[in-house]
Design a protein around this ligand. Structure first.
Ligand code: CMC
Length: 444
């Protein structure tokens, strides 16, 4: 248990069935609600708790990221996301997430040099790409290639050694842009472009995505800066589905790269990181349908229709997602500065803003506190950068990798950390005797 979580009181639980009374510790977090420590509940009362989807359950302690969904607050290591987005860089923020403090200049220089040192992929890894279908989704390729890193970095790595864990973190942060860009290059039948370590992190990614060996390619600094901010905004988000997946997979002490591949797989779904791709598909459908926005709003409200407003709603934010506010502004700035020339992007932004306005004044969305989330505007920026639709979630994964590995490292460094092993509320058949096949009656 983190030393920062203090016991401040107890909570009394009375079993109405038996009259038995037990005390459970009440823990004070640094910020946010108090938390009842129920670890001894089963021992004391013989009961489990039931909380599918973790609506009220803290699955772990963490010093990394704090978010207040009611107020729309997000902080990494105590620093507000708005300040980091404005003043920091993705690599500086990565250092903060991994080490707990902002770096001094010499610490940052050393960190950047460590990351830069690891940007290349093992040449053998290149062959993995050709095993995929050309039209395979880049997220599928990324799951495979990141998982395959475990075959290259395994026996000589000790996950109980903090230095080795940090080395794995550096490797991951460094290699993700290369793996991501090459997923795209492979799908397009384009030659792989090797990292250029004279460029900064985000510029290097754009270079590997769009440069040609035969021509000089200058990275647009406006786009590189916008991408860097977007990576900062995606860098961590406490115990979301993919991070919890990483913690659970890592709790068995598995290889970190295999563990991170599980996080990427979890991120892919449209209820999570896949929403940025789904938003653009939805906005395009709206624009091409010729139907009024009210038609789509009504569909989103209809419980018999699976259609939802993608990029809207969040498990924790019951207010405007602070990341969405920043992304919305970048989107406007990029279009205003003429960074994207395709008029269809402006049309998508217009539709998105109109949709936001209509939804936010509708009782259904108001009463459920459904606001735009991080994915609502990010896709329009990606399109403006020339990034194809199926690469959007890949970019989310590039940004989130540092959060995953920081959370994994925190868990592995906790001497009390245990294998994650939830219990269940069993609702199947009670015990029964095996019946020979000739005695069975069909249940159909
Ligand atoms: N459109 C229409 N109705 C919605 C939406 C939406 N986007 N989101 C939630 N609702 C309704 C839902 O039907 C439910 O209504 P009721 O109370 O009448 O049954 C209520 O709001 C609560 O929704 P929920 O599904 O119980 O909430 P949840 O916390 O389990 O799900 C969510 C959160 C993000 C999965 C959901 O809001 C959603 O599916 N949003 C669209 C997908 C999306 O944008 N995902 C990205 C999330 S942010 C980035 C990330 O995590 O990767």
């Amino acid at each position: 248990m983190s030393k920062k979580a203090r016991k401040v009181d107890t909570v009394t639980l009375i079993d109405n069935r038996t009259g038995k009374q037990i005390e459970l510790d009440l823990l004070q977090s640094t910020s946010g609600p108090m938390t009842i420590d129920i670890r001894s509940l089963y021992k004391k009362l013989g009961y489990f708790t039931y909380d599918p989807g973790f609506m009220s359950t803290a699955s772990c302690w963490s010093d990394i990221t704090y978010l207040d969904g009611e107020e729309g607050v997000l902080e990494y290591r105590g620093y507000p996301i708005e300040q980091l987005a404005e003043k920091s860089t993705f690599l500086e923020t990565s250092y903060l997430l991994l080490h707990g403090e902002l770096p001094t200049q010499s610490q940052l220089d050393e960190f950047v040099s460590n990351i830069t040192y690891h940007t290349m992929l093992h040449e053998q890894l290149l062959r993995f790409y050709s095993g995929f279908r050309r039209d395979g989704h880049p997220m599928a390729i990324m799951v495979g290639v990141v998982g395959a890193l475990s075959a290259f970095y395994h026996d000589d790595e000790d996950i109980h050694n903090p230095e080795d864990r940090m080395n794995a973190a550096h490797r991951l942060v460094a290699k993700m842009p290369t793996i991501a860009a090459w997923s795209y290059r492979y799908a397009m039948g384009l030659p792989f472009i090797y990292p250029d370590n004279s460029l900064d992190y985000s510029a290097n990614f754009l270079h590997m995505m769009f440069a040609m060996p035969s021509e000089k390619y200058d990275v647009n600094p406006l786009l590189a800066k916008a991408l860097d901010v977007i990576l900062i905004l995606h860098a961590d988000h406490e115990q979301n589905a993919s991070t919890s997946t990483v913690r659970l997979a890592g709790s068995s002490q598995a290889n970190p790269f295999a563990v991170l591949a599980s996080g990427i797989a979890s991120l892919w779904g449209p209820a999570h990181g896949g929403a940025n791709e789904a938003v653009i598909r939805m906005l395009t459908e709206i624009n091409e349908s010729g139907k009024p926005l009210s038609h789509f709003i009504e569909r989103a409200k209809d419980k018999n229709d699976r259609f939802r407003l993608m990029g809207f709603g969040h498990r924790v934010y019951k207010n405007y997602d602070p990341r969405a506010k920043i992304i919305r502004k970048i989107c406007h700035d990029m279009l205003a500065q003429g960074a994207c020339t395709d008029p269809s992007h402006q049309k998508l932004l217009d539709t998105a803003m109109e949709l936001e306005q209509v939804a936010l004044s509708d009782d259904y969305f108001k009463s459920r506190n459904l606001y735009p989330n991080v994915d609502f505007y990010s896709g329009i920026i990606f399109l403006g950068m020339g990034i194809p639709l199926n690469m959007f979630t890949v970019l989310f994964a590039v940004g989130r990798s540092v959060g995953w590995v920081a959370q994994w490292n925190e868990m592995m460094g906790d001497s009390e950390s245990k294998i994650g092993r939830p219990r269940q509320l069993y609702t199947g058949s009670p015990r029964r005797e095996y019946k020979p096949i000739d005695k069975r009656i069909s249940q159909d």
